[in-house]
Design a protein around this ligand. Structure first.
Ligand code: NDP
Length: 335
């Protein structure tokens, strides 16, 4: 099978599409013919070696995929069934989705949700699932559309784009923060009512600034998140899921103890199954049809390495979908 294989020599990561034997796949109960994968921020860090994501080489990256079951020793899955996978360390410490096949634990797979196909599922992918989990966290913190404006940082990336589209579809007034003026039309099409430059958030903020936001989805961390926290309304709620700006958080306790602000962390990797199923159901129901066209770049496996560099340089908007060409064999079913 064809796979993108990461190897390391002299501390440098090498990424190359190779022909490898399916016998080398790691153990697992279910073998899947992969049709679509995605290129996420974490994949880009792994492929370029710019982040310490992979600790064991060789590794096949790809933290999400969709496809059809080829063979299953897990009674919950059968050959020909359409499935998807995000997270669980796949593509980090277990061979992942940037390949023609993967062998994984049944516990990690989700039957294709009603209303989705493999392509749409990977347009959403890990990024979209994370955006939905952020929206659910805001709702659980008491946010409703009448509460006030919601700010989304890193808005033209995968998580940010999906969060803008979801929030706008749910009736929220969404303000997007973006470092690129070239993405303003795109963000407006997704439903942002206003776009603020990232520059406004990179300076050191005071412990408390003028109150502006009822809710926030932050994909950036560092000074951007600190700035957002200082601008939250009394009782506002922030869902923090990313570190595109950095993993530090130079803030004070003031927003929490004087403005009753709530900060909720969001992890999509080990989210329990029931919550995942709920999130996928809501994604299917909430995302407008236009999202799937607006937010998608489609590439081949061979283009994944160049696209990983571009993603880290903020040269890509929305989601990057990787079409896995089943060249070596005929899959049981295609989506
Ligand atoms: P993308 O690369 O698609 O998007 C990141 C966006 O962040 C960019 O498009 C850019 O948007 C913005 N950005 C880039 N550099 C900076 C910077 N220095 N300061 C502020 N903003 C910046 O990545 P994803 O959307 O896939 O992921 C976003 C973040 O969320 C990542 O940190 C990722 O690791 C994290 N994540 C976390 C998950 C979890 O389970 N907690 C799951 C998935 C992702 P713009 O140009 O519009 O400013």
């Amino acid at each position: 099978m064809q796979a993108l294989v990461l190897e390391q020599s002299e501390g440098k990561t090498r990424a190359e599409v190779k022909h490898i034997s399916v016998d080398t796949l790691p153990p697992g109960e279910v073998t899947v013919d992969i049709h679509w994968s995605g290129l996420n921020y974490k994949d880009a860090l792994a492929i370029t070696g710019k982040g310490k994501i992979i600790r064991q080489f060789p590794m096949v990256p790809g933290i999400d995929f969709s496809g059809t079951v080829r063979h299953s020793e897990d009674p919950r899955f059968h050959a020909g069934q359409s499935v998807l996978l995000t997270g669980w360390g796949v593509g980090e410490n277990h061979w992942g989705g940037l390949a023609e096949q993967a062998r994984v634990k049944g516990d990690w797979l989700i039957p294709m949700p009603e209303g989705l196909d493999g392509r749409k599922a990977m347009i959403i992918g890990t990024a979209g699932l994370t955006a939905m989990l952020c929206v659910m966290a805001l709702e659980e913190g008491g946010l409703v559309p009448q509460s006030g404006e919601v700010v989304v940082t890193g808005a033209s990336g995968g998580v940010g784009s999906t969060a803008v589209s979801l929030l706008s579809s749910l009736g929220y007034q969404v303000v997007a923060v973006s470092g690129r003026s070239s993405t303003h039309d795109y963000l407006r099409q997704l439903g942002a009512s206003e776009i603020l430059p990232r520059d406004a958030f990179v300076a050191d903020s005071r412990p408390l600034e003028k109150q502006r936001w009822a809710g926030a989805v932050d994909t950036a961390g560092d000074k951007v998140l600190a700035g957002v926290l200082a601008q939250m309304n009394y009782g506002g709620v922030v869902a923090a899921c990313g570190l595109a700006a950095g993993f530090a958080l130079p803030t004070t306790v003031m927003p929490f103890i004087l403005r009753n602000v709530r900060l909720q962390g969001v992890d999509s990797v080990t989210t329990p199954l029931n919550r995942r199923l709920e999130a996928w159901k809501r994604l299917t129901k909430t995302l407008p049809d236009a999202f799937y066209q607006q937010a998608t770049n489609e590439i081949t496996l061979a283009e994944a390495v160049a696209s990983a560099e571009k993603l880290l340089n903020s040269e890509i908007t929305g989601r990057t979908l990787v079409k896995i060409n089943q060249a070596s064999f005929t899959p049981a079913h295609a989506d």
